[in-house]
Design a protein around this ligand. Sequence first.
Ligand code: ADP
Ligand code: GN1
Ligand code: MG
Length: 367
Amino acid sequence: MNDTVIQEVISQFNFAGTREECIPYGNGHINDTYLLTFRTEEGIRRFILQKMNKNIFTKPVELMENVSGVTSWLKKKIQENGGDETRETLNLVASKDGKPYYVDSVGDYWRVYFFIENATCFDVVENENDFYQSAVAFGHFQGLLADYPAETLHETIVNFHNTVDRFEKFQAALKADAFGRAAEVQEEIKFVLDREKLTHTLCDLQNSGRLPLRVTHNDTKLNNIMIDNATGKAICVIDLDTVMPGLSVNDFGDSIRFGASTAQEDERDLSKVSCDLHLYEVYVKGFIEGCNGALTDLELDMLPMGAVLMTFECGMRFLTDYLEGDHYFKIHREGQNLDRARTQFKLVKDMEEKMSQMKSIVEKYKN
Ligand code: ADP
Ligand code: GN1
Ligand code: MG
């Protein structure tokens, strides 16, 4: 990143001390994230500096209204519950003009969060307790936001988890085949086209009102949770860009897609990729506990479907992006989005085979 721009941005926030470094940080696929370090008289102070992806988040001001609203709400709830609001929610640093963001001279939007110290984000489950903790935290997160005035939330990405719409976008990308890549991925394309009917399952239940709309996170990857290094507890849910009204089963499903997989999201050796039913069970237990009785019977019954559909949808999104020349998800090597799509489809296939076991596991924790 151009250091002049970084200088400009940093000068627009009130940081104490002298800047030590500003380095790219984390494994997010969307925003440009930096770790920003200052040396002050009291010691080292760290911050997360993020350039928001304005191609994806086309209304950054509204997005930041959501983030400010949700973090203020969570702060109040955490204080009421006797928690530590400096670590249990993201805390924004206001810019010099009092806004929760700064627009630089080329029109990019930046924000700063206090760095949550002594906590870790995991890209794979190293310890099943971390996964269990993340389940409780994501379930609990929904509970804390259950009475949030949902009508004040902006839809930051329209149709974000509308799987039917995602399917239509996939078909459009396939038809255009702008990069001439369709011919080499016929097997993956067939995998998607064969499952058109599946894409309607949750959307139909949502449209008929049988599944309730809740305030959900919508991007519940394990690496969007911070685990306290000392206690092993999930302390903070991060990456709030997609908090919007949505389905609880999708929040559940996206966590399974990422965390119950036996391999990384972009693993090339597909023999390593499957859905680990033990990890699935660990998450089911934690999520149901974290939701604390809030889920309806139908939501509980649809949890396994949420896992299949979120995985399928994500695979379809990776494949769409591959066909469109990788403009959405960041890639670090050629073919990475195709590799990501392949792992997701392998997982879908595996989950389809394990569906009856996945249902029985939910039954076990239902009451
Ligand atoms: P993206 O939308 O690109 O995934 P995230 O907001 O998830 O961006 O941030 C990327 C990574 O930066 C996270 O996975 C986490 O490792 C780190 N991170 C983000 N916010 C904080 C924070 N307040 N304190 C410590 N680390 C953070
Ligand atoms: C993106 O922002 P990040 O890396 O946590 C994406 C999710 C996908 C995920 C796949 C706003 O999440 O929807 O499931 O990549 N976020 C957005 O890893 O599109
Ligand atoms: Mg993230």
